[in-house]
Design a protein around this ligand. Structure first.
Ligand SMILES: [Zn+2]
Length: 689
């Protein structure tokens, strides 16, 4: 692996562009950002030329839909979440060189440039087809604009592109009883044309580039998913949409059409690079167009097809670009036994974490790397968070460093002692120490961050074991020369930890470098003379604090209560939707013949608990009506009462009795019914309007 890296002069590293319609949670961080950040920090530490880019994905149907729902402009939504997420990344220490946004002009220009180039090369086929159209909103309904019954599992609210219950990938035409999410009405079919990229034409190329060449170097999960897509047979895919929110298709005969968001979003990495290079006043091209650049995309598993198949085809079709060397996609992170979910508010939100536990950033980094879903889904729990902090960071790493520095202060007033003759055991320990930079470095280069961090902790464990066996505190009086050697060795181990923890625990590394009065370079890692004899260190303080049960219980409680609150909100919203009936014309209302009538007789309908049979005087005749009010009124209570009657409802038989009309009732929150009666006596037959 280390030989392999030598052929690369520079690195371009990307993390998935988060969609700018919501904040970031720990699942996002564990998937695409923390591993990328660890990787680039390692490369920078080694002095490599590395560029790390990202940004907000700001187009697409979901943002427009949300804006319509909230009655605001899409721009307000993307501004809000771009700013929140950018700030969160900065505070958490995800070290982007450029965090850009796809709504910037330089991005539109770049994405349109790609489209034009592919168009000129004849890569697109224009296909006319019938698609669903909402007449009221004068809009075609793609993806999330349309819902209906899933043809695979019967779920009634499947989206036009996917059923969220069974996970099937769908097209709007497959939905049973389709409904527009804009108007709620049934859409009509209307002809439209789109530009399709012939993915199928690249099948042979993909078989070579992925199936043959990437076997063994790409993660089995990523490789397997790609192979299965290729084996199933690729279909041409529309690269344009009929939408009002996106980058206009740069062709004359493509009015009102925008680029498909999955065409433009990955190109965002390139426009982010351009924006960065412009600021630095350097050439962006080597980072994307030079064969000696290693391109790596960090993503979650839901984006594999876009980064491993569609985007590489676009890059290949363009012709001037390099292809990703690797796409180390992660699986999903779960939370306390359930899937992380924005819609159910089952998440640990990063911006809230940073507010509530500002001194625990490195702890979160450590825990998320320890449980990284590198090859299968994994789970975050607050109890585990506490345990890893207390039993590993505090007890192993923190304790070793603290004991070392406290003893140095006590015995030598913070001055590094010189080593004397080494025992066999001393030499063994120093030899083992030498092996770590290579071990940790190769694991990082293979995207095995969990194991790499475990090796980092093994250095602290080695130090603790060495201290326990040499027991300098017992010999400080009797054998001070021996103790100097031991203390010099544990100090060199500490200095090694300071260097090697930088990619994983950047804040802690910074804190430790202040205490040691030295921040080691990568070349020094593995050596045992980082701290020279006579060098003065600062007074030590603790690297990590124990987390008490109370803090953890508060977090669990917060999680449960925010989920409950969300459930209540959803219930209330559903209720409101129920009552918000469609608007009708006045003519529709006038069709109803509603009159005031007086109850003359009332009796229970035999063998029923709910029904009363009533005789009513409607002014012109006596009508029989069966009404479901027996639970609310006794027959003798209501004789002589004036009520409101829908007179022209078609008669129907209820329990063998012909009911000639319907009494209007008002329903209370608890389901109890009450008559709608005039507050002054009205002549029977008086119209209600
Ligand atoms: Zn389904």
């Amino acid at each position: 692996m280390s030989q392999d890296t030598k052929k690369f002069k520079r690195y371009t590293v990307t993390s998935a562009l988060p969609y700018a319609n919501g904040p970031l949670h720990i699942g996002h961080i564990a998937g695409a950002y923390l591993p990328a950040d660890t990787y680039v920090r390692f490369l920078r530490l080694k002095g490599e030329d590395v560029l790390y880019v990202g940004g907000s994905d700001e187009y697409g149907a979901a943002i427009l839909l949300r804006a319509k729902k909230e009655g605001i402009q899409p721009q307000e939504i993307i501004d809000k979440y771009h700013n929140i997420n950018k700030k969160t990344f900065e505070e958490f220490g995800i070290s982007f060189d450029m965090y850009h946004r796809t709504s910037e002009p330089i991005h539109a220009e770049t994405a349109q440039g790609f489209f034009t180039k592919l168009h000129e090369k004849g890569e697109f086929e224009v296909i006319e087809s019938e698609q669903y159209f909402d007449e009221e909103h004068q809009q075609f309904l793609a993806d999330r604009y349309i819902i209906g019954e899933c043809p695979k599992c019967g779920y009634s609210e499947a989206y036009g592109d996917q059923c969220e219950r069974c996970g099937s990938s769908l097209s709007p035409r497959e939905l049973i009883k389709p409904k527009s999410t804009l108007s709620g009405g049934t859409p009509i079919l209307r002809k439209t044309k789109h530009w399709y990229l012939g993915l199928d034409k690249y099948t042979d190329w993909l078989k070579k580039w992925i199936v043959e060449d990437k076997k063994g170097s790409w993660k089995p999960t990523v490789y397997g998913q790609c192979k299965s897509w290729i084996d199933q047979g690729l279909q041409p895919r529309a690269m344009t949409r009929d939408l009002a929110w996106g980058i206009p298709v740069p062709l004359e005969d493509a009015e009102n059409k925008v680029l498909y968001v999955w065409l433009d979003a990955p190109i965002g990495y390139i426009s982010s690079t351009k924006a960065w290079a412009e600021k630095q006043n350097i050439d962006w091209r080597p980072y994307w167009q030079s064969e000696d650049t290693k391109l790596v995309h960090f993503i979650g598993k839901d984006n594999i097809v876009f980064h491993c198949i569609i985007f590489p085809i676009i890059l290949k079709a363009h012709g001037d670009y390099i292809l990703p060397d690797n796409v180390p996609a992660n699986e999903f992170l779960n939370l306390e036994g359930n899937k992380l979910s924005t819609s159910r508010n089952w998440a640990v939100w990063l911006h809230e974490f940073l507010e509530e536990m500002p001194d625990k950033k490195d702890v979160l980094r450590y825990v998320l790397t320890s449980i990284a879903p590198e090859n299968k889904d994994s789970e975050f729990t607050w109890k585990d968070f506490q345990a890893r902090n207390n039993n590993e960071l505090v007890a192993d790493l923190g304790n070793f460093v603290n004991r070392t520095l406290i003893l140095t202060k006590k015995y030598y007033q913070c001055e590094i002692p010189a080593r004397n003759e080494l025992s066999e055991y001393d030499s063994e320990v120093l030899e083992e120490l030498q092996t770590y930079p290579e071990k940790i470095g190769s694991l990082i280069e293979e995207y095995r961050f969990k194991e790499a961090q475990f090796e980092l902790m093994n250095i602290a464990r080695l130090g603790n074991k060495y201290l326990a066996e040499t027991e300098p505190w017992k010999k400080s009086k009797t054998d001070p020369e021996r103790v100097k050697t031991v203390m010099n060795i544990v100090l060199q181990i500490t200095a090694n930890l300071q260097i090697l923890m930088k990619p994983f625990l950047p804040e802690t590394a910074e804190k430790l470098s202040k205490m040691l009065g030295k921040s080691g370079a990568w070349e020094e890692a593995g050596t045992s003379d980082i701290l020279t004899a006579g060098h003065q260190i600062e007074k030590p303080s603790l690297l990590f604090q124990k987390i008490e049960d109370k803090e953890i219980e508060q977090q669990i409680e917060k999680l449960n209560s925010s989920k409950k609150q969300k459930e209540a909100e959803v219930q209330a919203e559903k209720k409101a939707e129920k009552s918000d009936k469609e608007a009708i014309e006045f003519e529709d209302f006038t069709k109803l013949d509603i009159r005031i009538a007086t109850i003359l007789e009332a009796e229970k309908v035999p063998k029923t608990s709910k029904l009363l049979k009533l005789k009513l005087d409607t002014g012109s005749e006596i009508r029989t009506v069966v009404s479901g009010i027996a639970k609310f009124y006794k027959p003798n209570e209501i004789i002589g009462k004036q009520v409101t009657l829908l007179v022209n409802l078609k008669p129907r038989k209820i329990k063998g009795i012909e009911s000639q009309g319907m009494i209007l009732m008002a329903e209370n929150e608890d389901g109890k019914l009450a008559f709608v009666s005039p507050d002054k006596t009205i002549t029977n037959g008086g119209g209600v309007r």
